[in-house]
Each structure stands twice: as C-alpha cells, then as structure tokens.
Design a protein around this ligand. Structure first.
Ligand SMILES: *Cc1c(COP(=O)(O)O)cnc(C)c1O
Length: 422
C-alpha cells in the first residue's frame, strides 16, 4: 500500500489557496530531495552513476536547480529543454541529449553545450559529422525489437516503437564512429514506461550489459557508460507499491557482476534518465469545487481542467483525490470529477467514491509532479495553472505564474485582443 497523504496539513493547503488562488500544482522540495538521495544511494556501488532527469516530465528551472544541487543532470530532447538546462548551469556531460527525428539546430546547441549526444538513428551520424563534426564521446540508442520477447507486458512492443537502432545497426554505428575518430562510447535504451515490476527493469539492465559485451567482443570497444533510460513506475493507485529502490540497485549490481565484470567491463559507468519517479509523487494539483450537477450521474466541476493535467483524459490514468478537511469522512458519494473543457473526457475521475463534496471544497489530485503541468495544452482557450514550490523550510514560493489571456493571444497580431502589459 502507498499511503496518499497531503504534503502539509489541510489548513495549510487552505491558506496557500487563499493566498495564491486556485488551481495550482504544488511541489514538495523536501520529499523530492529525499527521494533522489535514496535513488542515488541504491547505485552507490557502481563505478559511477548519473541520473539525468527527463526534463519533459517537469520542465521548470527551479526544479531542475534543486535536482542539480543533488547531483542530477538533465535529459533533453528539444531546444527548449537544452536552454532550460543551460539556464540552471548544467553543461557538458551533465546533459544527455536523447532526441529523435532531430533538427540539426538542436544537435548544434547540444554540441555547443558539450552535452552527450545520444544518437537515435544511424542516419544521424553522417549528418552531424558533416555539419558539426562528431564530438569525441557519443552514445547510441538501442531498440531490441523482437529480440526482446518472453511474454513480458512491456508497455508497447519495441518493434513498434520509433526509437533506437537495431542490434546490427548498433555495431555498425560504433564501428563507423570509431573510424570517424570518436574515442568514447555510451549505449542507451528506453523500453519500459511507468513500470512497477522490478523484474522488467532488471531484464533491461541485463539486456544492455549483454549488448555492451557483444560490442566489446565484436569491435574491441569498451563502452564507457550504459544508460538504462527512464520508465520506473510510481504507485498512482493506493493499493500499488512503490519500486524498492535498494533492491533494484542490488539486483542490477548482481547482473553487472555476472555479465559486465567477466567481459572485462568492470569499469562501466551507469546512468538513468528517470522523470516520473523523481518528481511524480511529490506534486499535487489543488483545485476548488465550483459546480455540482445532478443529471444521469453526479458531477463535481472544478476550476482546473485537462489543461492542467491530461493523464486521466489521455490514458484513462488513475489519480487519487483527497477532499481537504474531509480525509476521515466516509466515501459514500460517487462522482465524476470534471473540468470545463468541451470534451467529455475532461474528467479527473469517473465513478469515484468520495466524501460528500460541497461547493468551495478544495480537492487535491495526487501524483501530478511529472507529466502533469508539462503536458498541458491550450485547447478550447483554457489557460494553464501556476506552479508553486513548498520549500524545505516550509515556505511557499510561486515558481511559475498562471497563464493569462494575453499569453494565449501573444502569437496573434490582431486588434482588440488583450495583449501583455495592457
Ligand atoms: C520520457 C522519457 C524519459 C522519462 O520517462 P519516465 O517514464 O518519466 O521515467 C526518459 N528518457 C526518454 C528518452 C524519454 O523519452
């Protein structure tokens, strides 16, 4: 069981809502730091271990800065993400550029920052070499395709995924880069998503260790870093368990000793680019109940909508909800909890048993710290919420203001619309 607790008392949530207005995402700095420390500790046995936070999960520089203070780098896959990482002072091998279908300008920026370039496709190598010259260190993204079978319920089949190179291409790409003067190599993969089953995470490590051994055998190249990607799951549902990080670390250590060490690769550094498990459980979307509707079903309408959190609408994802001040009341009402978009899937919860909700009640939607605010969109002219940071000292700081109509109209040059500064 994972307990769905509030990061602060209900009274404090109410005071924050009073001061900043609703809706808002609230991120818990202390909990993020503690989680990162536990994660890094689980891999302290490795010759080196680097976590590159997947910036797309929570692209806010105040968060990236906290993570950087903990020794965490950035995994970027767009120009904006490279700029965000640069702004918080990350550079060189603290940035990993894991992109695909990549425009040359983005490679140029990544190279200028000294970032590790992780090639998604063999065809990019010649293009980058011609246009920019290859850096001395490059990484290759692996897609095992149908080689990775065995009945695992991996989210999506690798052979259906657009990412990465085949087994044969990896060998070809390393050999080719070596000829072009590259001297340091990394291998990368990302084939699981929101995975709570530790066995699949360990199998991914084993698969990559075997690949590194094959590269060594075939080409005599000892890769320097193996990046296991992201995809560690979090318990969105109260009955789910969080991944046992110390056990994950220990089991990957066993695979390392079993596969890499005998292959003469006992110095290989490890990396991951987790997003969800770093910040996901430590973010909360707080919104106010503003409408009650009783038709064929009972609806609670909030002042937030899927512009603030897409996951329920997009994936049918479960996000736990707490009604502030009613934590101990019986969940004897069944509601659909909705936003205001003209889209029937703009619902945070469907048929959810909750305590009786009154207008003005504050609802806390849990586990919104990753792929939450970041995914928001402006469809239907809806504006995205502010982001607040609950600092280690218990203060609350606004780290992104809410969007305004002027933001929404900023790309339109047309008279009569609200513009910035008016
Ligand atoms: C999205 C993504 C991640 C992070 O995934 P999580 O599920 O948030 O851990 C890491 N690497 C790449 C290449 C990604 O696209």
């Amino acid at each position: 069981m994972s307990e769905k607790k509030l990061p602060v008392s209900g009274e404090k949530i109410a005071a924050i809502a009073e001061r900043f207005g609703t809706p808002f995402h609230l991120y818990d700095e202390k909990a993020i730091r503690a989680n990162v420390r536990e994660f890094l500790q689980a891999f302290a046995w490795a010759p080196a271990f680097k976590e590159y936070f997947a910036v797309k999960a929570l692209p806010n520089p105040y968060i990236l800065q906290i993570l950087a203070e903990e020794g965490v780098g950035a995994d970027c896959s767009s120009m904006a993400e490279l700029y965000l990482s640069e702004a918080v002072g990350l550079k060189n091998e603290d940035i990993c550029f894991t992109s695909n279908d990549t425009p040359m300008q983005e490679y140029e920026k990544a190279k200028a920052l000294g970032a590790i370039i992780n090639f998604d496709d063999i065809s990019h190598i010649d293009g980058v070499d011609q246009a920019l010259g290859l850096p001395s260190f490059v990484s290759m993204r692996y897609n095992p395709g149908p080689l990775r079978q065995g009945g695992n319920t991996i989210i999506g089949y690798p052979e259906e995924a657009k990412y990465g190179m085949t087994d044969a291409q990896i060998l070809q790409a390393v050999a080719d880069c070596q000829k072009r003067g590259v001297s340091r190599f990394g291998l990368h993969t990302m084939i699981v998503s929101n995975e709570l089953n530790i066995d699949y995470l360990i199998e991914t490590a084993e698969m990559m260790f075997q690949l590194a051994a094959r590269v060594k055998e075939a080409l005599g190249v000892s890769v320097e870093v193996i990046n296991l990607g992201g995809g560690i799951g979090i318990p969105y549902q109260p009955e789910q368990q969080r991944v046992d990080l110390p056990r994950l670390g220990r089991e990957i250590e066993q695979a390392y000793r079993r596969i890499l060490v005998p292959a003469g690769l006992g110095q290989v550094k490890l990396a991951m680019e987790s997003g969800r498990m770093i910040t996901g459980p430590y973010g909360y979307l707080v919104a106010k109940a503003i409408h009650y509707k009783d038709t064929y079903k009972q609806y609670i309408g909030l002042d937030a909508c899927m512009a603030d959190l897409m996951r329920p609408a997009l994936y049918g994802a479960y996000h736990h909800i707490t009604v502030v001040g009613k934590e101990d009341r019986p969940c004897d009402h069944v509601y659909d909890v909705t936003g205001s978009l003209c889209e029937n899937n703009d619902k945070f919860a469907i048929n959810r048993s909750l305590p009786k909700i009154d207008m003005g009640d504050l609802l806390v939607i849990h586990d919104t710290g990753a792929h939450g605010h970041a995914m928001g969109f402006n469809y239907n002219g809806k504006l995205r919420s502010q982001e607040l940071l609950l600092t280690e000292s218990g203060q609350v700081k606004q780290i992104r203001r809410a969007e305004t109509l002027a933001d929404y109209f900023a790309t339109l040059d047309y008279p009569g619309l609200p513009q910035r500064g008016q």
